[in-house]
Design a protein around this ligand. Structure first.
Ligand code: S5P
Length: 264
């Protein structure tokens, strides 16, 4: 984990970002005062759209797992995009590509989901080597999309650590036009262009029954220097998801402001 010497605002980082999706994300974070990414991991289109509309005002980014949807149709993506426009948030399909470049590129572009047509951001494992970035880039870059590399994971026993994590950072630096940042547990590089997003976040530390490990908002943003908190069950499984989303938004943003307060 690298803690920045002099924390920068989202606004100041816009000019460092090379990729248009990263620039827009920083703008939205600044405008909406939100570093919250919500991931409603539900299995019905109507539930996902309802959550997107209800929680939209509090978030900068909505993360999807479209392969969970039992009633997916391509029409759904149009409805999601119009809600994203209404509430000014971006979309991140958490596809976790992991094949050779040629196949990952096709999976991104074709099939039922046509992810590159509607998702601003997607992500990839670096297990196959840098060819996966090239393969996805050929499809995504002409459309102005951005890619996150899974440099670390939140689950216990993860193999994504040490040299593996450092390799992800090196690959990202070689592809700054397309790679906008990382899924990581905290800041991995001081380069202000890269956005660090951290899943496994709840109000209380803890675990689930299948290896997920939760950290608190403050520990992720303030102590570990991450930029965006990714929250799923903490919001969608709560009794009052809207209230929880508002809480996570202010917890996340206040932790960011506290980090900025350490500037000289
Ligand atoms: O290391 C990871 C990477 C991701 S993208 N750990 C994760 O949990 N995720 C995703 O974040 C996971 O796929 C899920 O959509 C979300 C965490 O959900 P929660 O309900 O545990 O907050």
């Amino acid at each position: 984990m690298i803690l920045e010497q002099q924390p920068m605002t989202y606004e100041e980082r816009i000019e460092y970002a090379v990729n248009p999706t990263a620039k827009r994300l920083f703008e939205i974070m600044e405008e909406k005062k939100s570093n919250l990414c919500f991931t409603p991991d539900v299995t019905k289109v109507a539930d996902l759209l309802k959550f997107a509309d209800e929680i939209g005002p509090y978030i900068c980014l909505l993360k999807t797992h479209v392969d969970l949807l039992e009633d997916f149709s391509y029409e759904f993506t149009k409805d999601l995009l119009s809600i994203a426009k209404k509430h000014n948030f971006m979309i991140f399909e958490d596809r976790k590509f992991a094949d050779i470049g040629a196949i990952s590129g096709k999976q991104y572009q074709y099939g039922i989901y046509k992810i590159s047509d509607w998702s601003d951001i997607t992500n990839a494992h670096i297990v196959p080597g840098p060819g996966i970035i090239e393969g996805l880039k050929q499809v995504g870059l002409p459309k102005g999309r951005g890619l996150l590399l899974l440099a670390e994971m939140s689950s216990s026993g993860t193999m994504a650590k040490g040299e593996y994590t450092q390799t992800a950072v090196a690959y990202a630096k070689e592809h700054k036009d397309f790679v906008i940042g990382f899924i990581s547990m905290g800041k991995l590089t001081d380069d202000p262009a890269f956005i660090h997003m951290t899943p496994g976040v709840k109000k209380q530390k803890g675990t689930d029954a299948l290896g997920q490990q939760y950290k608190t908002v403050e520990s992720v943003i303030l102590e570990n220097g991450s930029d965006i908190i990714i929250v799923g069950r903490g919001i969608y499984a709560a009794e009052d998801p809207k209230k929880e989303a508002a809480d996570y938004q202010s917890l996340g943003y206040n932790a960011y402001l506290k980090r900025l307060a350490s500037r000289d």
